[in-house]
Design a protein around this ligand. Structure first.
Ligand code: SIN
Ligand code: FE
Length: 292
């Protein structure tokens, strides 16, 4: 299976004929990355000053926006500058939503907004623990926000002003990865998930699904031999392009790049055309038990 599937639209609001929507949805659910080589998120002249790591606050690295509450975090900017930065991130959020509702029209009734992020800091050489190291292959799982099986669909746009690509590696299919690691993953401590909810460590109750997805995420990142030897391909997303993937399913690693926008959407498993392709269903099948 080709890891990337090209879709040649040049505008965020471009519609697609129904058969192409179906192909896009099927590709995505099969674990492909949809690649939009001509889809550029254009900054306005007065926004170009935000092409600077100083746009973030230095701790969070990412500027993070909640499109539902219209709340911006992770920046030290204030006043009119902050409002301009927020307007830029909010515009990306609106355009990413337009893309998904047109190109993945089947999902439109089911989509729920997650956060928007703007990443002005170079990926390469970012220090931190292995768990936070996104230059290692992983599937996405959120430690503090259990999603109980809901999908994580992410839209990315590289806006690097120096023509630098965002370099990723893509790993093996989800089921292969799950089969490899599941025997090594242990179950939760009795009572630990209630405790984490009670203490506010997690927002809501961590389902068994969330437990095992996080354990998988950590085990993948921790295994340095796996990182070196598992089947993988390098892909470069040029500046001025966009791409989308189910990052809870697609094994991915970000090797280098700077200046990226990302919008997260959530989608219930019953909103998929092939619900059996969802990580929830794959894990349930392999473990012979309900996980959410
Ligand atoms: C990730 O989702 O693991 C990182 C993606 C990126 O920043 O390119
Ligand atoms: Fe990730």
């Amino acid at each position: 299976m080709e890891p990337l599937r090209n879709i040649d639209v040049a505008a965020w609001e471009s519609g697609l004929p129904a058969d192409q929507v179906r192909q896009a949805v099927d590709g995505l659910e099969a674990g492909c990355v949809l690649f939009f080589p001509r889809l550029t998120f254009a900054l306005r002249a007065e926004e170009e000053r935000f092409l600077d790591p100083a746009s973030s606050d230095g701790h969070a690295k990412n500027v993070s926006f909640d499109p539902v509450r219209q709340e911006l975090k992770g920046t030290a900017l204030a006043g009119a500058e902050r409002a301009r930065l927020q307007a830029m991130v909010a515009r990306f959020s609106v355009q990413a939503h337009a893309l998904v509702t047109h190109v993945l029209a089947d999902y439109a009734p089911y989509l729920r907004f997650g956060r928007t992020s703007y990443r002005p800091v170079e990926v390469q050489g970012r220090p931190g623990s292995y768990r936070k190291d996104d230059s290692r292959l992983h599937v996405d799982a959120f430690p503090a926000r259990p999603n109980r099986g809901e999908r994580i669909l992410r839209v990315f746009a590289n806006v690097n002003p120096h023509g630098r690509s965002r370099l990723w590696r893509l790993g093996e299919p989800f089921e292969d990865c799950a089969r490899r690691f599941l025997p090594r993953l242990s179950g939760p401590w009795p009572g630990s998930r209630r405790f984490m909810q009670y203490m506010g460590i997690t927002r809501g109750y961590r389902a068994l699904y969330d437990h095992y997805m996080l354990a998988l995420h950590d085990a993948m990142k921790k295994d340095t031999a796996y990182q070196r030897l598992c089947p993988q391909t390098e892909v470069a997303f040029p500046s001025g392009s966009a791409w989308a993937a189910f990052t809870d399913q697609v094994s991915h690693a970000a090797l280098s790049g700077q200046f990226l926008f990302e919008q997260t959407f959530h989608l219930p498993v019953h909103g998929l055309r092939t619900p059996d392709s969802a990580p929830l269903r794959v894990l349930e099948r392999l473990m012979c038990r309900r996980l959410a």
